[in-house]
Design a protein around this ligand. Structure first.
Ligand SMILES: [Zn+2]
Length: 80
């Protein structure tokens, strides 16, 4: 026979995402899912301007679409 005791487990929960560009929070929808945004994690390698650094950032959709307007070559857009 097995007897189980209650055990409290602690876990981290993603509570907030803020846009690195404008500082506004990324809102959650009615299902508790964060609105669409861009997340980037870049590990810079040898001989780069940030050798050995890891940069992580989140960009809200408003900032993203404003940002890509500045691109000389737009991102490739493949619609599902
Ligand atoms: Zn933003």
């Amino acid at each position: 026979m097995k007897t189980y005791a209650a055990k409290t487990i602690s876990a981290e929960e993603l509570a907030e995402i803020r846009c690195n560009r404008c500082g506004r929070p990324i809102e959650k929808n009615d299902f508790g899912i964060f609105d669409e945004h861009l997340s980037i994690e870049k590990i810079w390698g040898y001989h780069s301007p940030a050798d050995g650094e890891t940069h992580k950032l989140d960009i809200c959709s408003d900032c993203y679409f404003g940002w890509i307007e500045e691109f000389e070559i737009p991102p490739i857009n493949t619609k599902l």
